[in-house]
Design a protein around this ligand. Structure first.
Ligand code: G6P
Length: 369
């Protein structure tokens, strides 16, 4: 196993470092700098099929569900098709409205999660078209779906998902671009802006990973807390959920993620000097609103570590520590902002002496319902 870890102490940190390559591999041959077309070999969905679809469901569990939340946002934004995201174990039991005008996208690293597979089968029974986004070639969801999108993350060993998540996000962006171009809702100019920004993401991710000392410093100071809060608005809210999940899974610290504007409707009652708050403020149009939300927790004594884009230095006035990220367009920030959150969870878990790669009570793939 030591050899498989390639010199790293744990699979998780190795897999965090593999993300620039995994992201690049997932984009290769699908998005090209000199082409206005997305090439998806295993997707047979035609323009005619798409014109017939009036509703998309994204169904998944755990980290894949968090990727689905970003998927909803980007598919609605770029392809203007209504999307609902569902937790697979809930989906079947709420009698979802599906027919041949429905596209159901399942997202699953392993492709074997029982609840996700059951949702896929339910959708097929109802006549829906089914697409699988998975990391495992020939997995059950890949075999049973009409269309397949493989994330090329390579094998993921650590129970806590890292590179599978970032490549699932890339899959969501590529699909949104593809659908938006196919139905004509996305202009070629906007397509090019997003394409060009996506192609430089691997270097930006690399830069963030190199910046790991900052997160180590935070972990040194904050690994003894019982609770932590993660707050964000819009896409930052979805990434906050993933950040909090990572911390819970491997460090056993109670972490709660909340849409920042919703704090005052309850959870702010819990905030005091013993609860560090991780604030994501990468969405330009929501930046000022986030700064006010951060002030609300600072007033209650919270210590805040903020994540913002380079140049947005106003945030320093309301934060104890700021981690800056390379600039990109707002819809792509999840790919960048999750990296320091993964590192933060990793270092906190290591300092606490936890079994990082094999956390208690968790399995890599859950094949029972
Ligand atoms: C388990 C894993 C999670 C994963 C989830 C869904 O709970 O511990 O890391 O996100 O299953 O797995 P899947 O293979 O369907 O993405």
């Amino acid at each position: 196993q030591a050899a498989e870890k390639g010199g790293y102490e744990h699979f998780m940190i190795k897999e965090i470092h593999e993300q620039p390559k995994a992201i690049k591999d997932t984009m290769t041959s699908r998005i090209m700098s000199d082409s206005d077309e997305i090439v998806l070999d295993d997707i047979k969905l035609t323009k005619e099929d798409l014109d017939n679809i009036n509703k998309v469901f994204i169904v998944a569990c755990g980290t894949a569900y968090h990727a689905g939340m970003v998927g909803k946002y980007v598919i609605e934004k770029l392809a203007r098709i209504p999307v609902e995201v569902d937790i697979a174990s809930e989906f079947r039991y709420r009698n979802p409205i599906m027919d041949e005008k429905t596209l159901l996208i399942v997202v699953s690293q392993s492709g074997e999660t029982a609840d996700t597979l059951a949702a896929l089968r339910e959708a097929k029974k109802a006549g829906a078209r089914v697409m699988a986004v998975t990391n495992v070639v020939g997995s059950s969801v890949a075999r049973e779906a009409d269309d397949v999108f493989y994330t090329w993350a390579g094998p993921e060993i650590a129970v806590a998902s890292t590179k599978a998540y970032t490549t699932q996000l890339i899959a969501m962006y590529i699909l949104a671009l593809y659908l938006g171009r196919l139905n004509g809702k996305l202009s070629v100019e906007e397509f090019r802006t997003i394409r060009d920004e996506m192609l430089v993401l691997p270097e930006k991710v690399e830069k963030l990973i190199q910046n790991k000392e900052e997160l180590q410093k935070f972990a040194d100071k904050n690994h003894m807390h019982r609770d932590m809060f993660y707050i964000g608005r819009g896409l930052d809210g979805s990434v906050s959920l993933e950040g909090a999940l990572k911390l819970k899974e491997i460090s056993y610290i109670h972490a709660e993620a909340y849409p920042a504007g919703e704090l005052k409707h309850g959870p702010i009652a819990l905030i005091d000097q013993d609860i560090p708050v991780i604030a994501l403020a990468t969405q330009e149009e929501l930046f000022e609103k986030m700064v006010s939300n951060i002030k609300e927790v600072v007033t209650r004594g919270a210590k805040v570590i903020s994540f913002a884009l380079e140049g947005n230095t106003d945030i320093e006035q309301v934060s104890d520590q700021v981690v800056y990220m390379p600039r990109t367009i707002s819809i792509l920030t999840p790919i960048l902002s999750v990296i320091p959150l993964q590192l933060l969870s990793y270092y906190v878990a290591v300092i606490r002496g936890c079994d990082v790669d094999k956390p208690k009570n968790l399995a890599k793939s859950v094949t029972v319902e």
